[in-house]
Design a protein around this ligand. Structure first.
Ligand SMILES: Cc1ncc(COP(=O)(O)O)c(C=O)c1O
Length: 438
């Protein structure tokens, strides 16, 4: 079966589509956003300077517990400048036509959105993908150790917290310290999530050497776009501020010593973020309630929710996800752009469930396809708990070795997780998931 009108299947009889779409994660506005946008327009601060920018930089730095926040046009921009800064610290200033990571490898989260690691390519480095662990679906510290055995010269790690769930940062930080490596933390999906580091609760976004968050439209709070670079170092904050505004020098004319970028946040976008900030905790509570309703509603099925460390972390529950038990996986194959699956009694597959969800006018999504499986990175190194994760297959042996990210991608999916979804709507989604297993 493919993505046809799955509702014609008798298993789904009596389930009606939603009149208006239930989204995966859409912006949730409260009204104050309009006030601060209007305020900026009235006062003519319609540029990349203004009170909204100053205010949200201060508020976010206070909230995260870091010294400085620099507002940028996107999380991707902040990841780029964080990575460039790390590259420059490690390997020196690059020529204008070269990246700071030229000729260097970087260890990267594998199960993440590609923006986490695009910055390595922007800076001419080579991403080495580190496999995922099953406890939090983030970078495996064990695989990271293996990677340092294979590539002892590496000095930079880019680590993301998938779907708002903090990874094993205590272990990852200890490994980084042992090998003298810097960490770029990608907290784009996890604003408001906390992690207990050596007994002390710390916000994600304050766990690396250079840290990034995003205000993309689908995030826990949004500016419609936007991101921030977070640091305890005034010097680093000033450098990123400089780079983000075309690297202007202190001269009466346009004077440049370094390559620049047009990455600064607009004061209009900052107005939306300013209006959203008071609602961050409310959004997290709504997302948590959604996660818990799925957890309860799906508990009789052969599936589990995306896991988190209940002692050492408090996720922001940005996206609720589920993983089908191996024994309950119906056949499913994915090509590069399409898929096929078969229905079997008592079993289902992510694509079948996603089709069922979509047929009632709701939006789910496959788990982010791991980076080592992406065509663009097919020749980049990939390290698992077994060591080199590439070239493990052989005509004379069965199986293909451990690949946790590929397994989660194959068996998992992201569920509709919109703040504005009502319990009744969520119950209908839970019901249609049950019908998939009939
Ligand atoms: C893990 C991760 N990193 C980085 C980004 C990029 O952020 P932005 O869209 O603000 O550029 C996103 C999402 O958008 C993300 O999910």
């Amino acid at each position: 079966m493919t993505a046809h009108n799955i509702l014609k299947d008798s298993r789904f009889a009596g389930i009606e589509p939603f009149e208006s779409k239930v989204w995966l994660a859409s912006p949730t506005m409260h009204g104050e956003e309009q006030y601060w946008v209007d305020d900026a327009i009235k006062k003519n601060w319609v540029s990349t300077v203004g009170a909204n920018i100053n205010e949200i930089e201060k508020q976010i730095a206070d909230y995260i517990g870091c010294g400085y926040a620099v507002a940028l046009s996107a999380g991707t921009a902040s990841l780029h400048l964080a990575t460039k800064l790390a590259g420059e610290k490690l390997y020196g200033q690059a020529k204008p036509n070269e990246g700071t990571l030229q000729g260097h490898r970087v260890f990267c989260s594998d199960c993440t959105f590609d923006a986490s690691i695009n910055s390595v390519a922007y800076e001419n480095g080579e991403a080495v993908f580190i496999d995922t662990e099953y406890d939090t679906w983030n970078m495996s510290p064990e695989a990271l150790e293996k990677a340092f055995e294979m590539y002892p010269d590496v000095k930079l790690i880019i680590v993301a917290h998938l779907y708002g769930t903090p990874g094993k940062m205590e272990e990852i930080k200890a490994i980084a310290e042992k090998h003298g490596a810097l960490i770029v933390e990608d907290a784009a999906e996890s604003l408001g999530a906390e992690y207990k580091l050596n007994g002390r609760w710390v916000e994600t976004g304050a766990l690396g050497d250079y840290n990034c968050i995003s205000f993309n439209g689908n995030k826990i709070i949004t500016g419609s776009a936007g991101g921030m670079f977070l640091t305890d170092s005034l010097e680093d904050a000033n450098k990123v501020r400089k780079w983000s505004t075309q690297s202007r020098e202190n001269a009466p004319w346009y004077q440049h010593e370094e390559v620049g970028y047009n990455y600064r946040m607009s004061n209009i976008i900052a107005g939306i973020v300013r209006g959203q900030l008071p609602y961050l905790e409310e959004h997290i509570a709504q997302k948590r309630a959604i996660y818990e309703r799925y957890e309860e509603g799906l508990k009789d099925l052969p599936v589990r929710m995306n896991p988190w460390d209940r002692e050492k972390s408090r996720p922001n529950f940005w996206l609720s996800c589920m993983l089908i038990d191996e024994e309950a996986m119906a056949p499913m194959v994915r090509g590069e752009h399409d898929y096929l699956y078969k229905s079997e009694i008592g079993k289902s597959s992510p694509q079948e469930i996603l089709d069922a969800i979509s047929s009632i006018n709701a939006e789910g999504r496959p788990i982010w396809k791991p980076m080592h499986m992406q065509p663009i990175y097919r020749t980049n190194p990939f390290v698992t708990v077994e060591g080199n994760g590439r070239g493990r297959t052989n005509a004379y042996i069965k199986g293909s070795g451990i690949d946790v990210g590929a397994d989660i991608f194959r068996r998992g999916l992201c569920l509709p997780s919109d703040n504005k979804m009502t319990p009744e709507q969520q119950d209908r989604i839970i019901e249609i998931i049950h019908r998939c297993f009939l």
